[in-house]
Design a protein. Structure first.
Length: 281
């Protein structure tokens, strides 16, 4: 009996039970990945499925942010619960101290699961970028606007015409036009000399002249400004929601771990094959 009590006390005095923490973090990260994949499948991802941001409404981004919070509640709450239930049962321990230690383990689950999720997202983004990169290291229109996807459609409309050019020339023109259009969202807007240069680019590539070129350039600048502003507003909303989801996830992990610790101490168990919530003998 004395040896058993010594063992239990030694385990309880250990600062962190890493095995349950790791198990809970893996559970949380896996569940979050599945739920986010489901969101992408049903079109509730953080970006519109349209080729530009023009079809992505603010309501979509708000709904996506709410979904982020719901995922954080579910994933981190369950992760913290798993970590606490996997820890050893302790007797003769003050309830307040036990809740604090269980809650801290929940926070560790939250931190580790967040790092795992970020790592998985980074690996996925790296793989997507490699697939999207042009083979053979060639330079093409897609590569020239890789960083300007927000206004890619506006650039397409700007250079529509019957004239053809080399792939390298087209890429250079699109890249120059993209950099000019990106300045449209600034306080000063597109400078007159940049606008004139953009008009010459369009005229050279499309064969248009006079009022037709001016009209096309003005329409592209206006559309690019609107799309960039909408993208910025959506990014602010998502960034705020992501931060809120992270904080709420920490709270969910804490309380999930506390509840798991209470069930662990009471001998509460659930089984998908038997009666849920049965008491252990």
């Amino acid at each position: 009996m004395a040896n058993d009590e010594t063992t239990v006390n030694a385990r309880w005095n250990s600062p962190v039970s890493w095995a349950p923490v790791i198990a809970g973090a893996i559970t949380a990260a896996a569940l979050a990945l599945v739920l986010h994949s489901f969101a992408v499948a049903i079109g509730l991802g953080v970006s519109s499925t349209a080729p530009t941001w023009r079809d992505a409404s603010i309501a979509l981004f708000v709904l996506s942010g709410v979904y982020l919070i719901a995922v954080a509640l579910a994933a981190y709450g369950i992760g913290g619960y798993v970590a606490s239930t996997l820890r050893s049962k302790f007797d003769g321990v003050d309830n307040e101290e036990m809740e604090i230690r269980d809650g801290i383990h929940g926070l560790l689950v939250w931190a580790l699961a967040t790092l795992l999720t970020v790592a998985m997202v980074a690996v996925g983004a790296l793989g997507i970028s490699r697939l999207a990169a042009p083979s053979g290291g060639g330079v093409g229109p897609a590569a020239s606007v890789a960083g300007e996807n927000i206004i890619a459609y506006d650039i397409d409309k700007l250079f529509r015409g019957d004239r053809k050019g080399t792939e390298s020339d087209i890429a250079i023109r699109r890249a120059e036009a993209a950099r000019i259009l990106l300045t449209s969202s600034g306080h000063a807007g597109v400078q007159p000399e940049d606008r004139s240069y953009l008009a010459r680019l369009v005229s050279t590539h499309t064969g248009l002249a006079g009022p037709d070129v001016e009209k096309r350039v003005d329409a592209a600048i206006t559309s690019a400004r609107q799309n960039i502003r909408r993208a910025r507003a959506s990014t602010v909303i998502l960034a705020f929601m992501a931060g809120a989801a992270a904080l709420i996830g920490a709270v969910a992990a804490w309380f999930g771990a506390v509840i798991g610790g209470q069930h662990r101490q009471k001998g509460w168990s659930t089984s998908m094959w038997g009666t849920a919530g049965s008491w252990r003998p």
